[in-house]
Design a protein around this ligand. Structure first.
Ligand SMILES: NC(=O)c1ccc[n+]([C@@H]2O[C@H](COP(=O)([O-])OP(=O)(O)OC[C@H]3O[C@@H](n4cnc5c(N)ncnc54)[C@H](O)[C@@H]3O)[C@@H](O)[C@H]2O)c1
Length: 260
């Protein structure tokens, strides 16, 4: 059966989606494939990457798994080479891989900060550099989507360091317009609010808490985030550049009600 919004918008396009073994990245990869894109699906966990890639292939998508830590320079180079070797080109990057380290501000340790900066910032920055070098060499433009978070826009207890990295990612998308727009490459961020994934659902009160404090009455689904992501890497949004699209059911607009 045809999925809602399925219209092969991405026929003949090649996309890398990182951290896509489960969660938001997986759904973005799946929907891009449903709409005609060929996918390189990355995850640091080989087993997850292969299973996720197989699921997309089973749904008649074109998808290859690439396992590796995309915060390592050698892996970043390899994923770009693997993509071009397999599919001949590269049109879309969805830099979704990111880690969330909760920690009390007063207790936060340098080792946690180093890992967080390595994955969320170093990885995102240098993957974008490697991918866009390839796009510039192809000479036909492209789309880059980075992954932020509402914690870049509103305070959230125990997520100061994480929120800081996501605010930096939002600003990176704005800064890179200067370098990328002249080559026909657009770049934006998706800014997910609380989203139901395997990871967040480990908190048994996640749904009830976020349903209570979110104006829409529920946390986001991975489909909510993927719909926004597909729009931002599609031909429908070519004039949107350096923007941060918040998908949060209204949470950052109202803050938590003092009457709750
Ligand atoms: N889930 C949410 O509520 C939420 C909210 C705001 C922002 N985000 C952001 O969205 C993105 C996806 O979040 P999620 O909750 O769907 O994912 P997640 O935390 O469940 O992780 C998805 C996958 O990323 C992989 N991964 C982790 N580090 C990696 C690395 N260095 N290289 C390659 N793969 C790696 C993991 O193995 C995992 O399978 C993240 O950047 C996250 O910060 C999520």
């Amino acid at each position: 059966m045809k999925e809602e919004h399925e219209n092969r918008l991405f026929e003949n396009q090649v996309a890398i989606v990182t951290g896509a073994g489960v969660g938001i990245g997986f759904e973005i990869a799946r929907k891009l494939a449903k709409n005609g894109a060929k996918i390189i699906l990355n995850d640091i966990d080989k087993n997850l990457a292969e299973k996720a890639s197989q699921k997309i292939t089973d749904e008649q998508g074109v998808c290859k798994a690439f396992a590796g830590d995309v915060s390592e320079m050698s892996v970043i180079q390899d994923v770009v080479k693997f993509t071009v070797d397999n599919f001949g080109r590269l049109d879309i990057l969805v830099a979704n891989a990111g880690i969330t380290t909760f920690g009390d501000f007063w207790e936060y340790q340098p080792i946690s900060m180093q890992h967080l900066l390595q994955v969320n910032l170093f990885g995102t920055f240098f993957l974008t550099q490697a991918v866009t070098r390839q796009m510039v060499a192809q000479g036909e433009g492209g789309s880059v989507l980075l992954t932020s978070s509402v914690t870049a826009h509103a305070a959230h207890k125990n997520l100061a360091a994480y929120g800081m990295t996501k605010a930096a990612i939002d600003q990176l998308a704005k800064n890179l317009i200067v370098d990328l727009a002249p080559h026909g490459i657009n770049i934006n961020t998706v800014v997910p609010g609380a989203t139901l994934t395997e990871r967040t659902l480990e908190d048994t009160e996640y749904i009830s808490t976020w349903s209570r404090i979110t104006p829409s009455g529920r946390p986001a689904t991975i489909e909510d985030i993927a719909h926004a992501a597909l729009f931002l890497v599609s031909p429908l949004s070519r004039q949107i550049m350096g923007q941060n699209l918040v998908i949060d059911g209204g949470w950052t607009s109202v803050g938590v009600s003092p009457y709750e």
